[in-house]
Design a protein around this ligand. Structure first.
Ligand code: C2O
Ligand code: CU
Ligand code: CU
Length: 474
């Protein structure tokens, strides 16, 4: 019995029985019994070809590849530099970054640097494609204070879900010039993705249901691995940088028996740490979390992802998945590193004199009609015009039938309130979930880089079907 391959929709009772039968142990989708443990590994870092300091120059290519996403079952996928996920772009505040990109796909693509504050013509938005066989350079400077965890993915309108779903995504780590997080917490990257497969290991095609609700695969990967084992010694500290690169899945993460201390989100660190029982990451959101291996020497713990209904009353709801096993070494515990008490100041954006744009999400999901303000995306039609340097408030109102995670390109924002409840802390975000029947307000300043920017729902299927608008900054 393959415990992670439940049919959708499913009956809760059957699922509960199956879960009990599986004893909540994760299985590889191919195995009928115990899964072979696989040692946790991060994607490789993109090799920097530039010798001098403060310049990062890398080669990146998108190409068809044959990879066994499921162990032992090679299949046709798309990959950045042959990897799943693609290699990590590892840079620091103040770096000048040059990416020599080549499109070896048989279709147009591009690279969007999700969450990065880059010039409009380097942003890799849907108006700016790279033809099959063509190359281009992306170049940008990483601003001071721009440290955080980001990611890159293609953005061709109408084909984003299909290209990301076939394997094109990778992480970006931006290190701070002066990092307040003790180095005793070792930096550890977790890129979360999911997919659905046929029995032969090939990626299953998108269904009508996927187009409605967004594709949630039943196989969940961490760095392209199935429940890898992260070996730590007793008392060891880790700084987890978690990227939700899933097309539609919202992860509710927990590490039962352990303290999870969140230190940051999309655009880097909070002002001070926040203890969490559960960490919720909508599609495209990121988090930085400190954990300490405080369990008994020789014991194991599991990082669990509980599925989220995303505001829907029926339909896609998978099983809790074990993302990763933390295996604590047998040697006696060393003193765990103390959690930091403060992190960094986050400059507040004042919403006082700001004008407000209201963005209304509507949908008829039966006819696959997803709109913002009653309109579908048109690359030739600016929906909002704003002045360079302006500070504005956006009010996101979800009148649809499910949650929609909203993302704005180019300019990080600060959430003011969710359904009228003031945000309890200040932080930089670029993606925020807008729950069904709720409203979220944020404040943003367009501090530089004029030009066109898109904003959209980050359920990739909704974005592809037009739930996207154009902000023109002049
Ligand atoms: Cu992560 Cu417009 O994208
Ligand atoms: Cu983006
Ligand atoms: Cu949506």
């Amino acid at each position: 019995m393959a415990c992670r391959r439940l049919p959708i929709p499913w009956i809760p009772l059957v699922a509960a029985l199956l879960m009990a039968a599986c004893d909540r142990q994760p299985l590889t989708p191919t195995a009928s019994g115990s899964a072979t443990p696989v040692a946790f590994a991060e994607p490789p870092v993109l090799a920097n070809k530039w010798a001098a300091a403060h310049v990062v120059e890398v080669d990146l290519a998108a190409a068809p590849a044959k990879l066994a996403l499921l162990p032992g079952k090679p299949a046709d996928v798309l990959a950045y530099n042959g990897g799943h996920p693609g290699p990590t772009l590892d840079v620091a505040e103040g770096d000048h970054v040059v990416v020599h990109f080549t499109n070896r796909l048989g279709e147009p693509t591009n690279v969007h640097w999700h969450g990065m504050h880059v010039p409009a013509d380097q942003d890799g938005g849907p108006m700016d494609l790279v033809a099959p066989g063509a190359s281009r350079d992306y170049a940008f400077d990483v601003p001071a204070g721009g440290a955080g965890t980001f990611w890159y993915h293609p953005h061709p309108h109408g084909a984003t879900a299909s290209q990301v779903g076939r394997g094109l995504f990778g992480a970006i780590r931006v290190r701070a010039a002066a990092d307040p997080v003790p180095a005793a917490f070792q930096d550890t990257l977790l890129v979360l993705s999911d997919n659905r497969f046929r029995a032969d290991g090939t990626i299953a095609p998108e269904t009508h249901m996927d187009k409605m609700m967004g594709r949630e695969g039943d196989v969940v990967f961490v760095n392209g691995q199935l429940n890898p084992t992260l070996a730590v010694h007793a008392g060891e500290g880790r700084r987890l940088r978690i990227v939700n690169a899933s097309a539609a899945r919202t992860h509710r993460l927990s590490l039962p028996g352990y303290e999870l201390v969140q230190i940051g989100t999309d655009g880097g660190l909070f002002e001070r740490p926040i203890a969490r029982d559960e960490l919720v990451l909508a599609p495209a959101e990121r988090a930085e979390v400190l954990v300490r291996a405080t369990g008994q020497p020789g014991s194991a713990a599991t990082l669990v992802s509980t599925p989220d209904r995303r505001g829907m009353t029926v339909g896609a709801q998978g099983m809790p998945a074990t993302l990763l096993t933390l295996a604590i070494g047998a040697e006696p515990s060393q003193e765990p590193p103390p959690f930091p008490s403060t992190l960094r100041p986050v400059r507040p954006l004042s919403a006082e004199k700001a004008t407000t744009h209201t963005i209304t999400f509507t949908e008829d999901h039966l006819t696959l009609d997803f709109r913002l303000d009653g309109r579908k995306f048109d690359p030739a039609r600016p929906d909002i015009r704003a002045k360079l340097g302006a500070t504005e408030v956006w009010k996101l109102v979800n009148q649809g039938d499910m949650d929609h995670p909203f993302h704005l390109h180019g300019f990080p924002f600060q959430v003011l309130d969710r359904n009228g409840v003031p945000e309890p802390f200040r932080t930089w975000k670029d993606t925020v979930n807008v729950p069904k029947d709720q409203a979220v307000r944020f404040v943003v300043r367009y501090d530089d880089y004029p030009g066109p920017r898109v904003y959209h729902c980050h359920v990739l299927e909704h974005e592809d079907q037009g739930m996207m608008g154009l902000l023109q900054i002049e």
